[in-house]
Design a protein around this ligand. Structure first.
Ligand SMILES: [Zn+2]
Ligand SMILES: [Zn+2]
Ligand SMILES: [Zn+2]
Length: 157
């Protein structure tokens, strides 16, 4: 099976384009409009496949000439996460723009502890197993995002 991580030399503008299309579609469906801060935060996250902390987002937005407070970034992130176009890596307290083609999903996130890149895996088998186990053990599941930490092929090779 091929690596889930994008090739180092891939054309990232394509990732950006499809992520934006997906975001626009999801926003339309939910009848929401992106606020200016949400666009800034999403654009900052889309610059790479590396997870960013809220403070790194503040820095990155500032480089483009706009000063946001951390609290504004957190607020924008919260909305983007609810819309399903940004994922939070809880254990790292970092964020990533969703680059999946799927509209709604509870992905398994593969986090490379060396280069900080994140790849998404959506295995129906894993998702089903989680919901089934939750049901059998009377655990009321709110969402089933799974985080896996390791090394990507570039960092192992
Ligand atoms: Zn890319
Ligand atoms: Zn995703
Ligand atoms: Zn790596």
């Amino acid at each position: 099976m091929a690596s889930l991580f994008p090739d180092i030399k891939h054309s990232h503008h394509r990732c950006v384009k499809s992520a934006k299309l997906r975001a626009t579609k999801l926003a339309e469906e939910s009848g929401k409009k992106f606020g200016a801060n949400q666009v800034l935060v999403f654009d900052a996250l889309l610059q790479s496949h590396q997870a960013s902390s809220a403070y790194e987002i503040v820095e990155s937005v500032a480089k483009n000439g706009k000063r946001l407070q951390a609290v504004q970034v957190y607020r924008a992130l919260e909305t983007l996460i609810k819309m399903g176009i940004v994922h939070r890596i809880q254990s790292m307290n970092a964020y990533i723009a969703c680059t999946s083609d799927e509209e709604h999903h509870n992905p398994q996130l593969l986090f490379c502890s060396s280069c900080k890149r994140v790849a998404e895996l959506t295995s129906p088998t894993i998702s089903e197993l989680i919901s089934k186990t939750a049901e059998q053990t009377q655990f009321k599941l709110e969402y089933g995002l799974v985080e896996l930490v390791g090394l990507c092929p570039e960092c192992t090779g």
